[in-house]
Structures are given as structure tokens and as C-alpha cells.
Design a protein around this ligand. Sequence first.
Ligand SMILES: [Zn+2]
Length: 177
Amino acid sequence: MGGVLSVRTRPTRPSSMPKQMTPWQVRLWKRVAVGWEGECWPFEGYCHPTRGYGQMGLGSRDQGLGETHRLAYEFFFGQIPQGMCVCHQCDNPSCCNPNHLFLGSHADNMADMKRKGRGSGAIGSANRNFRISHTEVEEMKELVSAGMTKVAVADRYGVTPQYVGQLVNGRWRRHGV
Ligand SMILES: [Zn+2]
């Protein structure tokens, strides 16, 4: 109305963000395309090749990699209860908009993925073992040596825990990678 140009200026950060942020929080929000409340805010850095989650180093080797939607959830809502997953209402794995994130159990998450046709059954996971890159192998070894369980690492990379065990023991080349 009135011929006024309606150019929207995108917010650079959510209004509820505290001013003091830790270094990883600063790095996280620098790489998230923060939009309006109802939009997806995709992480624009490295994303997991099959799962699509954004991933980010937490600063030191001990801390390993964090999944950006989980980091975003913790940033806004506090610590994620042990064993809980952060799920996406928007089915956009790299999205970090807190309005699109909700907590679910691992079973909820699997059921949700299956419903959306993204579940990787046992066969898919096993096949995935053969498509792991050298970089990912190194990352997985690092995560295990940093104290992450093989099951957790396997889950993160969509491979079997047995496979992670083989990698850590240096027998991964046998599988033709
Ligand atoms: Zn979203």
C-alpha cells in the first residue's frame, strides 16, 4: 500500500540470544543462516554426508564434534537430558531454528525417520560401511579415542558398532575403502 517498498531486513541473530557467547557458540551462529521465526535456519558449514546434520568441532580434540541442531537446542533450552535426541519438526536435519527443534527419545527419532522414509535399516547401515571416507575414518578414531562409545560413533556416522571397532583396531582397509 502506498507504494512503499517492503524490503525485509533479515535478523542477524535471534533477539533472545545472550550477548556473551562462548567461542563455539559464536562460531555456530556465524555459520547458521538465521532467518525469521518460522523459517528454517540451516547450518552452512560441514554437514554429515548421509544424515545431513551440521557438524562442528567444539574447540579441542577431547570435546570432539557436535551436531549443530543439538548445540542450538542446548544454547536456547539448556542441557539435553541423557539419552534424548533433538528432533526436527521441519524434517530439515541442518536446521538450527529452536522453534523447529523438539526433544524425543531415540525410539521416537527412529520412528519419526521411518515415517518420513529416511530410516536406514540394518542392511543400509552395513552397506554404508563401504562408503566411509578416509577423513571420516580419522574422525571416528578421534571420537573413540576422545572417549565416545563405539555405539555412539556408529550411530553418528550411520555405520555398525562392529565396523567402528574394526576401524579403531586399524583393520578398515580390509574392506576395500
Ligand atoms: Zn527448520
